[in-house]
Structures are given as C-alpha cells and as structure tokens.
Ligand binder design. Structure first.
Ligand code: SF4
Ligand code: SF4
Ligand code: SF4
Length: 257
C-alpha cells in the first residue's frame, strides 16, 4: 500500500475514533470509575447517578442494539474504530515493549474474553446486576471518583481495580485487556468469523508474518482478535491483504483461527 494511502487510512481511523470518543467517552469513563452496578452500561435508565451521560441520553440501548449489526457486517470493527477503551489500549500499545504473539496465546486468548462475557451474563441475568457501590452524585468528577472508591464494597473494588490493572499492563504487554479480558470484546469476537466484510489474506500470502509484527493485537487479518483496523495492510510485502468479502475457500484464513 502506498505511504499516502496508508496515512489517509490511519487519519480516517483516528478521526472516527476521535468522534466516538466525544460520543461515548464520558459514558465509558463513568462505567469504569463511577458506575455503582456490578456490570456497567446496562442499567443506565435505573441509575441514581443522575449526571451520567448514559442515563441522561438513554444511550445504552441504542449502543447495545447497534453492536450485533456492526458485528455481523464488520466483525470486531467497533474495537478497531469506535471504542474509547480500545483507543486508549491502542495508544498504550505504541509504547508496550512486549506483544505476546505466540500461536498458543493467540488461540487461547479469546477464551479469557468468553469467560468474562459469561461472568457478566451471570451477574446481569441471574444475579440481577447488584449495586456494589454507593452512587455518588456530588462534587467534581475527580472528587466523586475518589468518594466512589472510598465507599465502594470489596467486590466493586476488585472489579474496578482488575480493569485498571489490565489497562496498566497494556503499557507492558500490547493490548492485554482487549485481547484476553474484555467481555464486550468477547461478544464481538463471536461475530468475527461470520462477519460479511473484513481484512483477509489472499493466495499471495507466503506466511511471512510481517503483518502480525505490525499489528497491535499481535494477530493476522481475519484471525483471532483481528479488529479490522487495517494497520497491517501496508506491512505486507506481497500485497496479500485485501478488504471485502473473504473468499470461502481461502486457505490462508485457517491458520490461526
Ligand atoms: S476489546 Fe473491549 S475495550 Fe477493547 S476495543 Fe473492544 S470493546 Fe473496547
Ligand atoms: S491483523 Fe491487521 S486488520 Fe487485523 S487487527 Fe491486526 S493490524 Fe488490524
Ligand atoms: S499477509 Fe502478507 S505480511 Fe501477512 S503473512 Fe501473508 S505475506 Fe506476510
């Protein structure tokens, strides 16, 4: 891919991510730092933290209903192009010295996310999404975060500190949270294979793995954890990465699913 085309794709993606950060950013950060429920982002309409964007805009159903549609069309593209948490993980990955690209790691990584997804479903549907913190309505943003941490119960602290620990570990091991722990990523990973459109490798591929080296997720096009970001396309020396409807009999798609 010519340099100019590559920079245009990256600029376009960063612009989309910036727009999504404006739309979903506050909601995302409240979910990690201030949401009193065991599972953030799904009880917004019944939430007593009246200043949260999720409650004010009733954003959550629009968001959750759009995810399967995006997933069926473009697999995990929300991760690569839209998620504010993904943007932070991707920027952290730029400084992370380790990538964890082993075949076994890549094969097993999605199961961590499936486990996280199952845990979330049990907390939501079986345990009725309990409230684990006192909802804090007052004070400045940072002050209310401080108060939430001060008054939350142990379960909430474990949940929130686990998320923060994974994000911090992403500064050392590229994209750890998105690769092995995010329940939303687990949900989207289920749509990756049946997705209609994706980046994929063609018959020109000679398995040199240059694309994997260029990928923040440590994977290859259309394989486990691929977010359809397109960053790898310019790294391929054989121009063997295309975007579109993958050919059903493309042998190169089967190496690391
Ligand atoms: S894996 Fe989770 S946090 Fe990462 S980009 Fe996808 S939805 Fe966002
Ligand atoms: S394999 Fe390519 S398209 Fe897929 S996540 Fe990695 S860089 Fe992005
Ligand atoms: S798609 Fe290109 S960079 Fe990736 S393994 Fe095949 S030839 Fe190498």
């Amino acid at each position: 891919m010519p340099e100019k085309k590559k920079s245009r794709l990256i600029l376009f993606r960063r612009t989309v991510q910036g727009g999504m950060l404006l739309l979903l950013g506050q909601w995302s950060f409240y979910g990690v730092f201030r949401c009193p429920f065991a599972v953030p982002f799904i009880n917004c309409q019944g939430c007593p933290v009246i200043t949260c964007w999720g409650r004010i805009t009733s954003l959550f159903w629009g968001f959750w209903l759009s995810l399967p549609i995006i997933g069926l069309l473009f697999g995990r593209a929300f991760c690569g192009w839209g998620c504010p948490g993904g943007l932070i993980a991707q920027l952290s990955a730029k400084v992370a010295p380790f990538k964890l690209t082993g075949h076994t790691f890549n094969r097993l990584a999605p199961y961590g996310k499936y486990l996280a997804l199952l845990t979330v479903l049990v907390l939501w549907l079986v345990l009725n999404n309990p409230r684990w913190a006192i909802p804090i309505r007052i004070g400045e943003f940072m002050n209310s975060i401080h108060l939430t941490f001060e008054h939350a119960n142990t379960a909430w602290l474990i949940r929130s500190l686990t998320v923060l620990a994974f994000l911090a570990a992403g500064l050392i091991f590229s994209n750890l949270w998105c690769r092995i722990a995010c329940p939303t990523g687990g949900l989207l990973e289920l749509f990756r294979r049946p997705a209609l459109f994706s980046f994929y490798t063609t018959e020109q591929c000679n398995n040199c793995n240059a694309c994997q080296g260029a990928c923040d997720m440590g994977t290859r096009p259309a394989e486990s954890n691929c977010t359809n970001c397109g960053d790898c396309q310019s790294a391929c020396p054989r121009n063997a990465i295309q975007f579109g409807r993958p050919k059903p009999k493309n042998k190169n798609r089967t190496t690391q699913k």
